[in-house]
Design a protein around this ligand. Structure first.
Ligand code: SAH
Ligand code: SF4
Length: 345
């Protein structure tokens, strides 16, 4: 069976021509899939019964089924655990900001990268998500909440650039004017630093925001917390980031999870400032979320966060502390699935 929701409109039109259907039928079907929320061909009321039957013989429609839903009492942040056909589950989080709704999407079931502060990294890797499975997290959330999502961050479970082809396909589908048409400027992709893929992405010259999880100012600390650093060290990573920023003219956003006593000293801030000086970038500081049964990491104290920002500012580098939403529902991704997998549910 063919995954119809992962197909580009052009691919669908080519297929339809072979099946003896019209070009406009492909557009009709594509719009049902991407602009309305349908889970079966029978719901496509403007195409004939016989065509629906033929389509159901060749294609399947990917659906993200709600397995669990948590709503924050504080700020209405919603977290879903979605289940796919084979029983695998991933998490998505919807946050409300003044400019609209942002969804945090997963790109893999688990992750191979093994960062020591991350709940997803601790649970190991199961499989890549298809483009349709990434899209379906948006479609199911919109249908359930009755909202329209305007911004996307690929910051849920998984390393997007380790699932490069499916993620690029997703990006093209989600920004297609015949689909839900969310512009690249409303999308951020977060990576732990797969350097070769950053160069590939730069060549595509998409206008999305590249967010790079740096989390350390030197290789000694980064090697300990992020195993990927042994493959691509900070120097190689920053060289790729500079290339990306020059090529796309887009500001890079660096993520820096502040861990008490690990990477939050004045010296760390000074080293970080030296490394990033002169680069088109912004730093997001995230007080680290403690992960159950993980390493004993704690959030940096408020005074440390302030001192860190001040040192960066003195070097002309802007840094802000990210607002934490949904802290009562474990809104940082990987934690919900991890708690369920561990309980054996
Ligand atoms: N794999 C990608 C995207 C998913 S993780 C990446 O690593 O960039 C999204 C962000 O959450 C990353 O910046 C990641 O480093 C961060 N993160 C993971 N676990 C965290 C934790 N316990 N506390 C704070 N940030 C965390
Ligand atoms: Fe994977 Fe990102 Fe978690 Fe690292 S932080 S283990 S790359 S999901």
């Amino acid at each position: 069976m063919v995954d119809i929701k992962s197909m580009y409109l052009q691919e669908l039109q080519d297929d339809f021509a072979e099946l003896g259907f019209q070009k406009f039928n492909a557009i009709q079907v594509y719009k049902w899939l991407h602009q309305k929320y349908v889970v079966s061909f029978d719901e496509m009321t403007n195409i004939s019964n016989s065509m629906r039957k033929k389509l159901a013989e060749k294609y399947y429609i990917c659906v993200a089924t709600i397995e669990k839903k948590l709503v924050s009492d504080y700020d209405n942040t919603v977290k879903y655990l979605f289940r796919f056909n084979d029983g695998e589950c991933v998490e998505s989080v919807i946050m409300k900001y003044h400019h609209g709704y942002t969804i945090c999407l997963s790109t893999q079931v688990g992750c191979k990268m093994g960062c020591t502060f991350c709940a997803t990294g601790m649970s190991g890797f199961s499989r890549n998500l298809t483009a349709s499975e990434i899209l379906s997290q948006i479609y199911s959330s919109q249908a359930d909440l009755g909202i329209k999502i305007s911004n996307i961050v690929l910051m849920g479970m998984g390393e997007p650039l380790d699932n490069y082809d499916n993620v690029v396909r997703f990006l093209k589908l989600v920004s297609d004017e015949n689909g839900i048409n969310i512009g690249m400027r409303h999308i951020s992709l977060s990576t732990c630093g797969l350097v070769d893929r950053i160069y590939d992405l730069a060549e595509l010259n998409l206008q999305l925001t590249l967010s790079v999880s740096l989390h350390a100012p030197n290789d000694e600390i980064r090697n300990k917390t992020m195993p990927v650093n042994k493959r691509y060290n900070i120097e190689k990573l920053l060289k790729a980031c500079k290339y990306y920023a020059d090529k796309t003219k887009r500001r890079i956003s660096f993520e820096y999870a502040m861990i008490d006593g690990v990477n939050d000293s004045d010296e760390c801030a000074l080293q970080l400032a030296r490394r990033l000086k002169g680069m088109l970038c912004h730093i997001n500081l995230i007080p680290v979320n403690a992960v159950k049964n993980g390493m004993n990491y704690k959030k940096s104290k408020i005074e440390r966060q302030k001192a860190f920002i001040k040192i960066l500012a003195n070097s002309g580098i802007t840094a802000t502390v990210r607002r934490t939403l949904g802290s009562d529902i474990n809104a940082s991704c990987g934690q919900l699935r991890r708690s369920i997998v561990q309980r054996g549910e």
